[in-house]
Structure formats: structure tokens, C-alpha cells
Design a binder for this molecule. Structure first.
Ligand SMILES: [Zn+2]
Length: 308
């Protein structure tokens, strides 16, 4: 059997061959599914390896893809929000689109057909999809993303470096819907990397419309260090007044850690008030400190300062 077109559990919402006047054929020519968890923009993958015969839009099926399987059947997936397959061939588990509500549909769902033919023809050679597709076989599939080029990144912490900020998307690629936008300097943790090594997934990032999870192009980011939480190295400090004690001066950064961007530099003897302490107890935040490039707010390593 073919694998599931979903990467999560799904349920049947309209059975095959149900009769009805809502369909031009007088019957339902496929099966309808939605994810059990209610996701409306679910990732869709190819149930089988094969050749992409058609990627198009029409008023009935909306955005659709037709795949000829290597064992000489055809699979139609319809009503998609978007299609993502770049090439003419697919391997089972390849990412082919996002579930949608395009065409003659009623709410987000996947309409899928299987035909016993090497070419797709409306209302012809129809097979019951659930006899050929195992919708319980959805795990272990890592959608392969058809993006080429780019560098290679690894999981870990990153900071947005593009001055215009960066989009967080529902999947890995600029063709996918935008969930939110994160501004320059925003830190996030990448837990998954796409197969081409250029997109990273974060479970949470602060966006201008609230916290989001999703995919970001890491080419617009740089690796970032974060503070060491709690007491490993360095003593602990409290809020209050401090003075810079190191002769070389001290950097004021956008966040608490030496991996973060420098906003300015304060010389030895500069006084400032710390209103917040980082969780590791070694970095302090000041709303205003005199730097060589003007007054700045930001984070300083208190190990280079003394209480006053
Ligand atoms: Zn349907």
C-alpha cells in the first residue's frame, strides 16, 4: 500500500462513491480527509513514488497534483492551498503541497482519488483510495523540500540579522504562507533543518504578531550564543548601580551573551543602573548608559563591573 499523504493522523470525512447531486458525476469520485488534530494548512506529501503528470488549477479541483505511480496507477490530490513540487518526479514522502480549500470545496480538506490507469480521466477507472493508501502510515516521513542551493546550517541558536526582519512560514520555502515576522536581533532556537540545509524550524519565535512556530531561511540569520542559565561560571549579581571597571571598556549588547550584536561601548568609570538580571546571574540590563556612540540601552557582562 501507499503511505499517507499526511504526516500526521487523519480521518475520513466523506467516503468514496457516496451518491449526491453536489457532484457533477452524481457521486463522490474520491475520499475526503482532514487531520485529526484540526490542522487546516496541513503538509501534504506524495503517497507513492512516481511521475508528476499535472500541477494545475481548475474551478472544480482547485490546486491539484496528479501523480502516476511506479506501479501504474494515478493519484489525484485536490483543493490544495499551494503546490510545492519543483520537479517532474517524486519519491513517496516528498513534499507536494499544503492542504487547502480551493476549487469546488467546502472547507479545508484533501480530496484524493486513485485510478487504475496510467493517465487521469475524470470519473473513470476509479478505485477506493483507502484500499490502496494506508492512512495509518504517516510517521517517520520527513518531507523533502524541493529547494536547491544555499549553505549548510545545523541546529542551535540563531539571531535574525536582516535589517528588514524575516518571515516565519508554515513550511520551508518562500512559496509557503507567512505566519509572522521577526525583527532584526530576535533570537530563536532551531530544532530541525531541511534536507538542503538552508531552512530551520523553531518551536517558538517572537514575531510582531505574537509568538509563532515555523520555518525561517537561515541565510538571513547568524548563529547566536545564549546565556548559560544558572551559576556555571561567574558570580551572581543583583539590580542596582554599577561602574565599568575594565580598562578596555565594555560592550553593550542587544541581549545577554557575547554572541549578540554590540550596540555600543562604555569606557572605564562609566556608571549605570541595572534594572534586570539575566537568568544566569552574570548579565545585567540597563535602560541607559553613556557609550562612545551615544546613550544606549542593553545588556552588559557584570563581571567587568563593580557595584557602587
Ligand atoms: Zn472529495
Amino acid at each position: 500500500m501507499y503511505r499517507s499523504p499526511f504526516i500526521k493522523a487523519a480521518k475520513l470525512t466523506k467516503a468514496f462513491d457516496v451518491k449526491g447531486t453536489a457532484w457533477a458525476a452524481g457521486r463522490h469520485t474520491g475520499e475526503d480527509y482532514i487531520p485529526k488534530d484540526g490542522t487546516i494548512r496541513a503538509t501534504l506529501v506524495s503517497p507513492a513514488s512516481g511521475t508528476v503528470l499535472d500541477k494545475s488549477f481548475d474551478d472544480s479541483y482547485g490546486h491539484k497534483i496528479i501523480i502516476r505511480t511506479t506501479d501504474s496507477k494515478v493519484i489525484l490530490m485536490a483543493h490544495m492551498e499551494s503546490k510545492s513540487t519543483a520537479g517532474n518526479t517524486v519519491v513517496a514522502g516528498n513534499h507536494v503541497g499544503i492542504m487547502g480549500d480551493t476549487g469546488n470545496g467546502s472547507g479545508h480538506h484533501l480530496h484524493i482519488e486513485v485510478q487504475n490507469s496510467t493517465t487521469w480521466k475524470y470519473n473513470s477507472n476509479l478505485l477506493r483510495p483507502s484500499l490502496y493508501i494506508d492512512f495509518g502510515n504517516f510517521s517517520g516521513a520527513v518531507p523533502k523540500v524541493p529547494i536547491v542551493g544555499g549553505g549548510s546550517y545545523s541546529t542551535g541558536n540563531y539571531m535574525v540579522t536582516a535589517s528588514s526582519g524575516i518571515n516565519v512560514r508554515v513550511d520551508a520555502g518562500t512559496g509557503y504562507a507567512v505566519k509572522g515576522s521577526a525583527t532584526k536581533g530576535t533570537i530563536f532556537a532551531v530544532s530541525k533543518i531541511t534536507s538542503n540545509g538552508t531552512w530551520g524550524y523553531t518551536s517558538s519565535i517572537q514575531c510582531t504578531n505574537g509568538k509563532q512556530s515555523g520555518w525561517l531561511s537561515l541565510e538571513n540569520c547568524s548563529p547566536a550564543t545564549t546565556i548559560n542559565p544558572g551559576g556555571s561560571g561567574g558570580s551572581r549579581y543583583s539590580t542596582g548601580n554599577y561602574v565599568v571597571t575594565v580598562s578596555s571598556g565594555i560592550n553593550v549588547r542587544v541581549d545577554a551573551g557575547t554572541g549578540y550584536a554590540v550596540k555600543g561601548s562604555a569606557t572605564k568609570g562609566t556608571r549605570f543602573a541595572v534594572s534586570k538580571i539575566a537568568s544566569n546571574g552574570t548579565w545585567g540590563y540597563t535602560s541607559s548608559i553613556q557609550c562612545t556612540n551615544g546613550k544606549q540601552s542593553g545588556w552588559l557582562s557584570l563581571e567587568n563591573c563593580s557595584p557602587v
